[in-house]
Design a protein around this ligand. Structure first.
Ligand SMILES: CC(C)(COP(=O)(O)OP(=O)(O)OC[C@H]1O[C@@H](n2cnc3c(N)ncnc32)[C@H](O)[C@@H]1OP(=O)(O)O)[C@@H](O)C(=O)NCCC(=O)NCCS
Length: 369
C-alpha cells in the first residue's frame, strides 16, 4: 500500500453530524463545541443530540434518562448468549455478540433512533453481566437506582467486584460521563465509515452497529486506549518511562495513544481527559501513574512532535475509575453507538450505495492452461 493509501485526506461524503479538525471550528457535534459539551452537557444530552438531532429540554432530558434506565436490562436472549461465551472471551467479543443477539430479537419495524437508545442503554449491563458470570458464576442483579449511564456503569462494576464506593465517587461519575461525551462521535473514522457502508446496502441497524464494533476493536482505532494503559503501567517511574519510550522510538515502534489521522497539532479531547485523569489521581500509586503518563507525553512532544490523542489520558481516567483495562474499548462502543446511529440514520435518509473502485495491480489477462 502506498504512503498515500488508507483514504487519507479523501472526502468520501457529506455529514451534518460533526466536524473534525476544521480550522477555526475544531470538533463539534451538530454545531456544539466538544469543550462546551464536555463542560455543560452530560452523556445523555449528547446521545439525544446525536440520535434525535437536538439537545433535549430539561423535561425531555429527565424523560430520556428514565427511558434509558428502563431499557438497561439487555433481555433474556442476550444474557443467555453471553452465558454461553467462554470466560476467555474478550469483552469486545461480548459487545459484538450482545449487539448481534439484540438484533436477532429486535422488532424489525422499530425506528433506528429507538433501537439506538435501547442498545446504548443495555450494553453496560451486558458487558458487566458477562464479566461477573464468566469469572465467578454470578448472575448479577442488573437493577440500579442510578440516574445516568455513567453512574449505572460504575454502580454495576462496583457491585460485581464487591468493592465499596470510594470517597471520590461523585468525581468518578462526572469523569466517566465526560469521557462518554468525548467518545460519542468523530465523523468518518474507520468504525463509523464501516457502519455507513453497511447502512448504505440498506442493511439493518444492528448489523451496522455490529460491524462498527468489529472495526473499532483494532489497536489503531478503539483498541489504542487499552494498549496505552498497558504501556503506562509497564513503567515504574517517569525516568524509566523516558528511557523506555526512547528505546521504542529508536526501533520505530508505535506509541499507542499518540498521533491522529486528521488532527495534526493536538486532539481537542485530550485536555478534557487529562483534566479528569488528574482530578481522579488521589493516592500515591495513581499520582505516580499520572507522572509516568505526563513524562511519556513530554518525550513524545520533544522527540517526535506528536501529541496525545483521546485514548492516552482516557486510559488513565478509566483506570482510576476502577475499570479493568479490557473494558476500555467496550466503553468506547457504549458511547459511540450514538454517533454510529446518527450516521446510520443520515445515510438511510439520503442513501446511495457506497461502492468505490480500486486501481488494479494484478497480472495481465492470461489464459488458463
Ligand atoms: C492514529 C494513526 C493510525 C494515524 O496514522 P496515519 O495518519 O496513517 O499516520 P502515519 O502512520 O502515516 O504517521 C506519520 C508519521 O508519524 C509516525 N507516528 C504516527 N503515530 C505515531 C505513534 N503513535 N508513535 C510513533 N510514531 C508515530 C509514523 O511512524 C510516521 O513516521 P514516518 O513518517 O517516519 O514513517 C497513528 O498515529 C497511530 O498508529 N497511532 C497510534 C494508535 C492510536 O493511538 N490510535 C488511536 C487514534 S485516535
Amino acid at each position: 500500500m502506498s504512503k498515500e493509501g488508507g483514504l487519507a485526506g479523501v472526502v468520501v461524503g457529506e455529514t451534518a453530524v460533526s466536524t473534525v479538525g476544521k480550522s477555526g471550528v475544531g470538533l463539534t457535534y451538530r454545531g456544539y463545541a466538544i469543550e462546551d459539551l464536555a463542560a455543560h452537557a452530560g452523556f445523555e444530552c449528547c446521545a439525544h443530540l446525536l440520535i434525535h438531532g437536538e439537545l433535549p429540554s430539561e423535561d425531555a432530558l429527565a424523560a430520556y434518562r428514565g427511558r434509558l434506565q428502563g431499557w438497561g436490562h439487555p433481555g433474556g436472549a442476550v444474557l443467555a448468549a453471553l452465558e454461553a461465551l467462554p470466560a476467555t472471551a474478550h469483552p469486545m467479543d461480548v459487545m459484538r455478540t450482545a449487539a448481534s443477539v439484540a438484533g436477532a430479537t429486535a422488532d424489525p419495524d422499530e425506528d433506528p433512533a429507538t433501537a439506538a437508545d435501547r442498545l446504548t442503554a443495555a450494553m453496560p449491563a451486558a458487558l458487566i453481566y458477562h464479566h461477573a458470570f464468566a469469572n465467578g458464576g454470578v448472575r448479577l442483579d442488573l437493577t440500579t437506582g442510578a440516574d445516568t449511564l455513567a453512574e449505572r456503569f460504575l454502580a454495576l462494576q462496583f457491585r460485581a467486584t464487591g468493592e465499596a464506593k470510594p470517597e471520590n465517587w461523585a468525581d468518578m461519575v462526572r469523569a466517566l460521563d465526560a469521557a462518554l461525551v468525548l467518545y460519542a462521535e468523530h465523523e468518518f473514522n474507520a468504525s463509523t465509515f464501516t457502519a455507513r457502508v453497511v447502512a448504505s446496502t440498506l442493511s439493518d441497524f444492528h448489523s451496522a452497529m455490529t460491524a462498527g464494533i468489529c472495526a473499532l476493536r483494532g489497536p489503531l482505532h478503539g483498541g489504542a486506549n487499552e494498549a496505552a494503559m498497558e504501556l503506562i503501567a509497564s513503567y515504574a517511574t517517569p525516568d524509566q518511562a523516558e528511557e523506555g519510550i526512547l528505546e521504542r522510538l529508536a526501533t520505530k515502534s508505535l506509541i499507542m495513544g499518540f498521533g491522529h489521522r486528521v488532527y495534526k497539532t493536538s486532539d481537542p479531547r485530550s485536555p478534557v481527559a487529562q483534566h479528569w485523569a488528574t482530578q481522579l489521581a488521589v493516592d500515591a500509586r495513581q499520582k505516580n501513574l499520572l507522572a509516568v503518563a505526563e513524562r511519556v507525553d513530554a518525550v513524545m512532544a520533544r522527540e517526535k512532535g506528536l501529541f496525545p490523542n483521546l485514548d492516552f489520558y482516557s486510559a488513565l481516567l478509566f483506570h482510576f475509575c476502577g475499570i479493568p483495562t479490557p473494558m476500555f474499548t467496550p466503553l468506547f462502543v457504549i458511547s459511540r453507538i450514538s454517533g454510529w446511529a446518527a450516521h446510520f440514520i443520515e445515510q438511510h435518509n439520503n442513501n446511495r450505495l457506497i461502492r468505490p473502485t480500486a486501481d488494479y495491480t494484478g497480472p495481465e489477462p492470461r489464459p488458463i492452461t
